[in-house]
Design a protein around this ligand. Structure first.
Ligand code: ZN
Ligand code: ZN
Ligand code: FE
Length: 745
């Protein structure tokens, strides 16, 4: 007696070789029926005798191709249908249901071997892929995943490629990105917008890079600007092009051994570096790394990645060992994915005709406290969804995030799709990119938001984009994001330390201790407010914060501080000006901001008076940690009827007394960790809570993150940090989405 079953599988099951896998399994067992992609995943009908059918279903349940991720599996018994074969059928859509989309995949080892084999018909072919590797998300225009809905649509497969495509025994069976030198995309070299004839464009580019030129090279999610990492001249011109004075550039190393010459690599860092996601990994720079100081000036770390596309392997396989490979863009603008937008940025361009549908930057990750911690989440990770830890509403949600390091999040059926890094929305190109990417995500995931959530800040571009959205407090969103990533429900102690975000009372907050759940929060404690002389200028120019703190502690009596580096570097006129601004409350909003306290200390010590990129002063303060002191400075925790207040006056006094001790940076960091411990202990006592969530840009500071986790852990707290998203404002949209989903749940 024949039996038939319909099996529906959801998750990341399209573009990862699922259909070929099922076909082969069915063939090996003699099962008849079909497999096809549907809107929500993969659908199989299987017909066989009862024993075989059971075996088939069992194996399907247990096994899957390496890059697949199954989240749903259902089986329904049907009456026998009289199948005569097992087929891969044409995809169909099933209404409003959405499927997961596979992120872009790193070149696999099999393809790498063929790429290097003279006998292979794809020898040195820059677009080699198979069912286990190649671009996915970045070239998908819509779902279900089929060639006609990708940027490979315009390349018709040649007979040899078609044969592979329909050969179930091979690695390219139903590989939608399949192509070869005779039918696929082509490389082309351009100079100042004109095509340059060359039989060996890669060889030519290698020569140009050796010669100190900056070349734009189209990769997976857009163009990189590539140059010789040892050439000061090339780096200087790259910095000129990008309008970046100091912000570090990432490098790409041909092999792990090349990276080892530059950096210390621990085993968990190596794993991350070689992982299928191939992010940029922040590694500790060795003293004489042998690359230009201009790659990462004043920085203890280097951002390093390994080649992830066949083109990278070809470029770096010709004697180039270490190159700078930074996203081609202007400052905080989105990565450029079309040649025409490179005008004025790169004279030499190595382009190809496989279009990038969704531009996406490289991800940046570091190991902190023994765990991967995101600085930027993009290629390799997006658009894998993060599940919400509670039963969510029937309504879809769009959360538009904050403004700097922006992302947005869509929620459908309890799954949160967090976008790639969108940059600073104030930039002219970024906002357009944001809007079109929102539309793209809504299309491919079939989301029609019934609820929109946004930040309280009325001036954020994202808030203007969704004026009528639910307004969610910035630091509440930070904590909700950390909670949801960690699967937490119920109340927690939330520690949100960042630059500033709009508070519920309309003043800027940024040194926040909240008792929070998804539904709401109580401001339990905060860092004492301080004047930000010049408002936004104060975050660009840490010297203003240095003076503001000194003035708040010593008043007009600043003359005895003339030995402090800050006092030597600022003019008497500026000191006077800041004092007047604070006294008369001229453009000096009062804020609670941990980020600004870091800025102030960095400036007082003369480490960084002006930021050339966001967070520079704090980063350089962290990097100047020396010595071994476990000591910390005095501070007050003042309880009152409202939130408790942490007064750091003792810290400022302590630092000026200590100067010029080399221990100051470490002692200061220890103090902040101590503040967190003391407030959390008070919260535990008062509110009987033991779970602590840490969020906010300040926790990108590795020393602070590790020290805080140690102290809290030692005191018996259950500490949760971000694991899937960065602690900075890139997590805000996800937090908003969690809060909005719980409101409507
Ligand atoms: Zn492959
Ligand atoms: Zn072909
Ligand atoms: Fe923030």
């Amino acid at each position: 007696m024949k039996k038939r079953a319909k099996i529906t599988i959801s998750g990341i099951v399209q573009g990862v070789g699922y259909r070929p896998f099922i076909y082969n399994l069915a063939s090996s067992l003699g099962v008849l029926g079909y497999v096809k992609n549907i809107g929500s995943g993969v659908e199989v009908e299987a017909e066989s005798d009862e024993g075989t059918l059971r075996k088939f279903v069992k194996r399907l349940e247990r096994e899957s191709p390496p890059m697949a991720e199954v989240t749903g599996f259902s089986v329904k018994a049907l009456r026998a249908g009289g199948y005569r074969s097992f087929d891969v059928r044409k995809s169909s859509r099933d209404g409003n249901k959405s499927t997961l989309v596979c992120p872009d995949l790193t070149l696999c080892d099999d393809c790498l071997r063929e790429l290097r084999s003279k006998k292979d018909r794809r020898f040195e072919y820059p677009f080699i892929t198979c069912t286990n590797c190649g671009p996915r998300f970045s070239m998908i225009d819509n779902t279900p995943y089929d060639r006609e809905r990708t940027s490979m649509k315009k390349f018709a497969m040649c007979p040899a490629c078609s044969r592979e495509y329909s050969d179930p025994s091979g690695r390219r069976f139903h590989t939608e990105s399949n192509s070869c030198p005779s039918c696929g995309p082509e490389l082309a070299l351009y100079r100042k917008g004109r095509k340059v004839k060359s039989f060996d464009p890669i060889g030519r580019v290698v020569k140009l890079i050796r010669g100190g030129f900056v070349v734009a090279v189209k990769g997976v999610g857009g163009f990189h600007l590539v140059c010789d990492a040892a050439s000061d001249r090339a780096l200087a011109s790259l910095r000129r092009i990008k309008g970046r004075d100091m912000k570090p550039f990432a490098i790409m190393c041909s092999e792990v051994s090349d990276a080892r010459k530059l950096c210390r690599i621990k085993s968990d860092e190596l794993k991350l570096l070689k992982s299928a996601e191939r992010p940029i990994v922040l590694l500790e720079k060795k003293p004489d790394a042998g690359i230009s100081e201009l790659v990462a000036p004043n920085n203890k770390y280097l951002g390093v990645m390994l080649p992830y596309s066949p083109l990278h392997h070809l470029l770096l396989g010709r004697g180039l060992k270490v190159v700078v490979a930074t996203s081609a863009n202007l400052s905080e603008e989105p990565i450029i994915s079309r040649r025409k937008h490179l005008k004025g940025i790169a004279g030499w361009v190595l382009d190809h005709d496989r279009d990038v549908v969704s531009s996406i930057d490289d991800s940046v990750v570091r190991i902190a406290a023994g765990r991967a911690s995101f600085i930027r989440r993009a290629r390799g990770y997006v658009p894998v969804p993060i599940p919400l830890p509670f039963k969510s509403s029937v309504k879809d949600v769009l959360a538009v995030g904050a403004e700097m390091k922006s992302t947005f999040t869509l929620v459908k059926n309890g799954l949160a799709f967090v976008s790639q890094h969108m940059g600073d929305l104030k930039g002219p190109g970024a906002f357009g990119h944001f809007k079109s990417t929102v539309a793209h995500f809504m299309k491919i995931f079939r989301v029609r938001p019934g609820i929109v959530a946004r930040d309280m800040h009325p001036e954020y571009m994202s808030s203007r984009y969704s004026k009528n959205g639910i307004r969610i407090q910035h630091h509440h969103a930070h904590i909700a994001a950390c909670m949801a990533e960690n699967g937490l429900n119920g109340k927690v102690i939330g520690v949100a330390l960042d630059g500033t975000g709009m508070g519920s009372d309309g003043t800027p907050w940024g040194g926040e201790f909240l008792i929070a759940d998804y539904r709401g929060f109580e401001r339990f404690a905060h860092l004492k407010n301080i004047a930000l002389p010049g408002g936004d200028m104060a975050s660009l120019e840490p010297w203003r914060m240095g003076l503001s703190y000194l003035y708040s502690v010593f008043g007009d009596d600043l003359s005895k501080l003339k030995n402090l580096p800050l006092m030597k570097k600022v003019s008497a006129k500026d000191v006077k000006l800041i004092a007047t601004m604070i006294e008369k409350k001229l453009n000096s909003p009062s804020a609670s901001s941990m980020g600004r306290l870091f800025d102030a200390v960095s400036a007082i010590l003369g480490i960084c008076l002006k930021n050339s990129y966001e967070g520079e002063a704090a980063i350089r303060l962290e990097h100047s940690i020396g010595g071994k002191t476990k000591g910390f400075y005095d501070f007050d925790l003042i309880e009152s009827s409202g939130p408790a207040v942490i007064d750091p006056a003792g810290v400022i006094r302590g630092i000026t007394d200590d100067f010029p001790s080399k221990d100051i940076p470490r002692r200061f960091h220890n103090t902040v960790a101590e503040m967190i411990l003391r407030v959390c202990s008070l919260a535990r006592e008062r509110r009987k809570l033991n779970k602590v969530c840490l969020s906010g840009g300040c926790f990108q500071n590795r020393y602070l993150a590790e020290r805080t986790a140690d102290l809290l852990g030692g005191a018996g707290f259950n500490v949760f940090v971000h694991r899937k998203l960065p602690p900075n404002d890139a997590c805000i949209s996800f937090g908003q989405a969690a809060i909005a989903s719980s409101v409507s749940a």
